[in-house]
Write a protein that binds this ligand. Structure first.
Ligand code: ZN
Length: 299
């Protein structure tokens, strides 16, 4: 792990933090250890929030190797009883993925109109589900540290070096930066493999670790653990549970994402936010989450 004292996005010194704790599953999978305390850092410069200490590259590889495989699911369910086989399969099921694909197409289409997109790279794109049919006739490739086999028709690039020297028209990085220990380094890697004129689409969840939805989720999970896994539940039974470090180690706001993009001097083509899904509950509209995104061009 690596400890930092400044914001990993804007480098402002951090003076505000909250007590947090590592999820027991994460501690076991990455360090073969029991859960231990961490801190959630609040940057007052750019609004970014992140857990500290941070995962290093080797730890990220251990966490995401064979991501969501049978072995991953079984270990996770032994700590988190709700993470069943069907739940795991549902995360990449065609129905949920269709919503993500349709949304991406809707967000990108107005900005790609009239452009020739012949090559797409999904950086951190798992098996290539998101870009499978995004743009007809484009050559599609995936680079992902999980190294899972890609879907038919989608090229599998096994290393970052393999991504370089190719004429990328569009690079997509969706739901990745909230997982990585050094988001700025990841953005630099994307810049290194892009060419002059490459369009780069970045999107991250816009979420608050102290939001009501997150607190309700943690309390529900604690209640389940107290009944089904009391030894794990009792270890987590403390205020720091609210800030549980799991796979999301970073919490973005539009300002923090924009700061990352500006630091690379990319030209911002468009940016914005969208709700992942929403439904009406009486007079209220309930959203299950918000994404913040940016489309930029490498000059
Ligand atoms: Zn900051």
């Amino acid at each position: 792990m690596q400890s930092v004292s400044n914001c990993v996005i804007c480098h402002a010194p951090i003076s505000k933090s909250s007590a947090g704790v590592i999820a027991p599953f994460l501690a076991r999978r990455v360090w073969n250890a029991s859960s231990f305390p961490v801190k959630l850092m609040h940057c007052e410069g750019c609004g970014f929030k992140f857990f500290n200490p941070r995962l290093d590259g080797d730890e990220e590889k251990r966490l995401y190797a064979d991501y969501r495989s049978e072995e991953y699911q079984k270990l996770r369910q032994s700590y988190e009883p709700w993470y069943s086989k069907s739940f795991n399969e549902g995360l990449s099921a065609a129905t949920g993925m269709k919503v993500r694909k349709d949304t991406l197409r809707r967000v990108l289409s107005p900005h790609l109109a009239g452009l020739q997109i012949r090559t797409i790279l999904d950086f951190g794109g798992n098996r290539g589900e998101l870009i499978e049919d995004l743009i007809p006739n484009a050559e599609r490739y995936v680079f992902d540290i999980s190294n899972l086999e890609t879907l038919p028709g989608i090229g599998h690039l096994r290393g970052k070096e393999d991504c370089k020297g190719r004429p990328w028209d569009l690079v997509i990085c969706s739901n990745v930066l909230e997982h990585v220990g050094d988001p700025q380094r990841t953005m630099e890697e994307i810049s290194e493999i892009s060419n002059m004129g490459t369009l780069i689409f970045i999107e991250v969840p816009q979420e608050s670790p102290a939001g009501l939805k997150n607190i309700a989720k943690r309390l529900t999970q604690l209640a389940i653990l107290m009944v089904t896994r009391p030894s794990i539940g009792l270890r987590l039974f403390r205020p720091a549970l609210i800030y549980l470090m799991h796979e999301h180690v970073n919490f973005f706001c539009p300002k923090a994402l924009r700061h990352l993009v500006n630091a690379l001097h990319w030209e911002i083509v468009a940016d914005g936010q969208y709700d992942i899904s929403s439904y009406k509950f009486g007079i209220y509209r309930v959203t299950s989450g918000t994404m913040t995104w940016c489309l930029a061009r490498k000059p």
